[in-house]
Ligand binder design. Structure first.
Ligand code: S3P
Length: 178
């Protein structure tokens, strides 16, 4: 197998990073890696428990450590947490061997998808207005990522196909210029 850049999927909570990432990996026969899942396995507890016991800053350190490891890989599909690539350092790190796709959807669609899910510590006790404020604040950072895919009206399968098409196009272009 040739050594190809990772496909990195990021975006706000509820944009479907994990579901779409799994589809992309399945379709391309690549390994799927999820930063939150890796952290939970390594720590032996859930993300919520880490936030509650050790705080967000500690979680962000764990997240960055995982990213350092994943940045060394190739031929993988990586789904990040919603906040992982807000740090410039992390964005640069994962870009060295990855093409980043930022998923997005209409805020009403996201609120519906997130529903009353209590497993996400940042929004567990928050009102819709709080979540909207966080979404708007984060958009400044997400907007620095060139490849955006809006999936309010398309299925995870269609989103996966869009990513694959774009990835093939982008890697074909970069192979020609290398
Ligand atoms: C976070 C998103 C979560 C998880 C953690 C923090 C964030 O991942 O990493 O709760 O800062 O947006 P999902 O986006 O997969 O829910």
């Amino acid at each position: 197998m040739s050594c190809k850049k990772n496909i990195v999927i990021t975006g706000f909570m509820g944009t479907g990073k994990t579901v779409v990432g799994k589809e992309v990996a399945l379709k391309l026969g690549l390994e799927f890696l999820d930063t939150d899942e890796i952290i939970e396995k390594k720590q032996g507890c859930t993300i919520s428990e880490i936030f509650n016991k050790k705080g967000e800053e500690y979680f962000r350190e764990l997240e960055q450590n995982v990213l350092v490891e994943l940045a060394k890989m190739s031929n993988s599909v990586i789904a990040t947490g919603g906040g992982t690539l807000l740090k410039n350092e992390n964005l640069e790190l994962i870009s060295t061997n990855g093409i980043i796709f930022c998923l997005d959807a209409n805020i009403d669609v996201l609120l519906k998808r997130l529903g009353k899910n209590m497993t996400r510590p940042l929004i567990a006790q928050k009102t819709n207005d709080d979540i909207i404020r966080l979404y708007e604040k984060r958009n400044e950072n997400y907007n620095r990522i060139p490849n955006h895919i809006y999936n309010s009206d398309i299925s995870p399968l269609e989103t996966a196909d869009t990513i694959i098409k774009l990835y093939n196009k982008l890697t074909a272009v970069s192979e020609k210029t290398e």
